[in-house]
Write a new protein. Structure first.
Length: 218
């Protein structure tokens, strides 16, 4: 069982802590802010991310003759590299980057990365995470990620796209697969396949029944 280097506890009444049901890690991942939770949505969806850990390690460093410790928010293992990531509110980041103690801490993490095989140290804010419609769409698709799509239905959906010379809307797919545009079960199957990126759509616009669906090789 994974044990974070620092236990996440609710020391302040306004702190939003909780647990995310991670599919990539096959366990509950702890978060201590809504921004961290939202970042996890992106990590789960990103096919380049193999796995990730919250509060992965303790880094000791010396700051003006004082020994300090810091705990990066996430370690992210990608296909070809490994990162340490800090998640901060943008407004707070703007303020603390003028703070010498914080600058020294971030520099210590960057040096640790250089010395221990990490590709980089990355700081992300809600402006990097909650970008337009993409984030909302990923959250929507995640809500369908637990559905099991029968093999015959998956084949039927893919065959419609393979046999067509143009992209299909979700409604068109529904009518060709089951002759009913309002079939909620098939609709859920399509969104599940979108989440696992077996088929694709433009995430930059809200997903609706009129969203165009296409195969990933396009």
């Amino acid at each position: 069982m994974y044990k974070p280097a620092r236990k996440i506890v609710n020391t302040r009444s306004k702190k939003n802590i909780g647990y995310f049901p991670s599919k990539k890690n096959e366990r509950l991942v702890a978060f201590e802010s809504l921004i961290e939770r939202d970042y996890i949505f992106l990590l789960e969806y990103d096919r380049d991310v193999i796995c990730y850990k919250e509060q992965p390690l303790e880094i000791a460093y010396r700051d003006i003759n004082r020994l300090r410790k810091c705990y990066p928010d996430f370690e992210v293992q990608r296909k070809d590299r490994k990162q340490l990531v800090e998640v901060k509110p943008h407004a707070k980041l703007v303020k603390i980057l003028h703070d010498e103690i914080t600058i020294n801490k971030f520099n210590a993490v960057a040096l640790y990365c250089d010395a221990n095989g990490y590709s980089d140290f990355k700081i992300v804010t809600e402006k990097d995470i909650r970008t337009g419609n993409s984030f909302k769409n990923i959250c929507l698709l995640f809500s369908y990620s637990n559905i099991i799509v029968p093999k015959d239905m998956k084949s039927a959906i893919l065959n419609v796209l393979l046999s067509s010379d143009q992209d299909q809307t979700i409604n068109q797919l529904l009518s060709k697969v089951c002759a009913k545009e309002n079939n909620p079960t098939i609709y859920a199957y399509i969104l599940n396949m979108l989440y696992y990126q077996e088929i694709s759509t433009n995430l930059e616009v809200p997903i609706t029944r009129n969203s165009l669906i296409y195969l990933n090789n396009q």
